[in-house]
Write a protein that binds this ligand. Structure first.
Ligand SMILES: *Cc1c(COP(=O)(O)O)cnc(C)c1O
Length: 477
């Protein structure tokens, strides 16, 4: 008996099938887009009263997802949108695995451990075996865990010294990603923002002593500032903290938010010391779904040593009758992404990652070179850190249009290239940013340049200024 026959059986004689349910043999005979559910409405905000054929439900969801943007033309996001067919095959085979269930999926758990150990070595951990790490759902969770460890270590030290733990603070650049604002908000930590400026485009240790005190739980250094893609000089920040320690005795650790750069710097800037080579770096996080090249959502966080992660934050889970440490905010979450990361580590190796990241950097440098040559624009940076760069409108170039108008014109061609204000203290400056990811080929980049030139020519030739009503920042972090 087919599913639809079974359903037909429960209808009373003469009763017509509900339009939503797709019940009735005629639904299988009707042409695809003429059958119930396709030709008639599904309710949008209430659960449909009855069932529908899987083909119908599939087609409706599939078609609606088609209205989302073309992810390959989305140059706003850092998050990967392409994996190869073997990854797709592995993903569909392992979509049912639950990361938290280490007892049922011990092999996935073992692979998770192998992955963070590989990453610990990539980040020059002095002793990958003596470090500790975990997968997370993304950098946001990884940063929360890094921040929590900083807070707890500070609390333990303060309590041991008989001092107050009432007012913890964390030092951040004003260009920090929103997950750190969340961390400070959710966990009652005062966020102390160091404003960026024309002279200090990133947090670089300048006047750090004005922000730090005995209640500082740590300093966050960003490898790949979301606004611009620039690296913060971790070693210089550490040097400023060394001086503060020499002057005041305060020993303040660094968490490196390497959401994007954590998987770029090891390959493209191997001699840059930003990772565990810098002694003050206690922990590092990254988004595997950014330049780790895995589908969303996977992140990693690694601590230099087991001692950097206070034991009272770690829970025991049973694992093959034994025990395994667990520290994560989520309980259940997909395990498939961890397997995808391992697949990519095996598939690409160091050389493969280098080639993929280098190709993205070459395209970023090509694009920034072409955009920098145009009279209308001045580059903020060129994409030689992570393959991300931003530019501003040349002062005095035009009073007819701004970067929001350009962003809109490019949207007509399908490109998503956001314009947005910079953070404090330069929030009157608008920039536009391109994130080059695996999949933006040189060929597509050339088309993009010709589309930008065409849009600028159009805007420059306007006889009167574009209206500025209703323009808003399309920036998503
Ligand atoms: C993207 C990003 C985050 C947040 O990462 P998710 O993986 O999206 O949670 C945090 N910090 C920086 C610097 C980022 O670029």
């Amino acid at each position: 008996m087919t599913v639809s026959q079974e359903k037909t059986k429960v209808l009373k004689p003469g009763e017509s099938p509900n339009a939503f349910t797709g019940i009735g043999d005629q639904n299988q005979l009707n042409p695809l887009f003429a059958r119930a559910g396709e030709a008639t409405d599904f309710p949008l905000n209430v659960l449909p009263p009855g069932e529908s054929l899987p083909e119908t439900a599939y087609q409706v969801v599939h078609d609606e997802a088609m209205l989302d943007g073309n992810s390959r033309l989305n140059l706003a996001t850092f998050v990967g949108t392409w994996m190869d067919p073997f990854a797709d095959k592995l993903y569909s085979e392992t979509a049912d695995k639950n990361m938290v269930d280490k007892d049922e999926y011990p092999q996935t758990a073992a692979i998770e451990t192998r992955c963070w150990k590989m990453i610990a070595s990539l980040w020059n951990s002095p002793d990958a075996e003596g470090s500790i790490g975990t997968s997370t759902i993304g950098s946001s969770e990884a940063c929360m865990l890094g921040g929590l460890a900083l807070k707890r270590r500070w609390q333990l030290a303060r309590r041991a010294a008989g001092k107050s733990t009432e007012k913890p603070n964390l030092i951040l650049s004003s260009a920090v990603q929103v997950c750190w604002e969340k961390f400070c908000n959710y966990w009652d930590v005062e966020a102390r923002y160091v404003p960026i400026s024309d002279e200090h485009k990133v947090l670089d240790g300048f006047e750090l002593e004005k922000y730090v005190d005995e209640n500082t739980i740590g300093v966050v250094a960003i490898m790949g500032v979301t606004y611009t893609g620039m690296y913060e000089p971790v070693a210089e920040i550490a040097k400023a903290l060394d001086k503060i320690q020499a002057d005041t005795g305060l020993d303040i650790p660094i968490h490196v938010d390497g959401a994007s750069g954590g998987m770029i710097a090891p390959f493209l800037q191997p001699t840059l010391e930003w990772d565990f080579r810098v002694e003050r770096v206690a922990s590092i996080s990254t988004s595997a779904h950014k330049y780790g090249l895995v589908y969303p959502g996977l992140g990693w966080v690694v601590w230099r040593t087991v001692a950097d992660l206070p034991a009272d934050l770690v829970f025991d889970v049973t694992y093959l009758g034994g025990h395994m440490p667990s520290f994560a905010l989520n309980f259940s979450r997909p395990g498939a992404q961890v397997l995808l990361q391992y697949y990519l580590f095996l598939r690409l190796g160091f050389d493969g990652y280098y080639k993929v990241q280098k190709a993205s950097q070459d395209v970023a440098l090509y694009l920034s070179g072409e955009i920098g040559k145009m009279d209308a624009f001045e580059l903020w940076n060129d994409g030689s850190d992570i393959p991300v760069f931003a530019w501003q409108l040349t002062k005095g170039h035009t009073d007819k249009w701004n970067l929001y108008h350009l962003s809109e014109r490019l949207r007509l061609k399908g490109w998503l290239i956001p314009a947005y204000p910079m953070p404090d203290d330069i929030s009157d400056l608008t920039v536009q940013r391109i994130v080059v990811r695996n999949g933006l080929s040189r060929n597509l980049a050339e088309s993009l340049i010709s589309d930008i030139k065409e849009a600028v020519d159009y805007l420059d030739l306007l006889e009167s200024p574009m209206p500025t009503e209703g323009l808003k920042s399309s920036f998503t972090h």
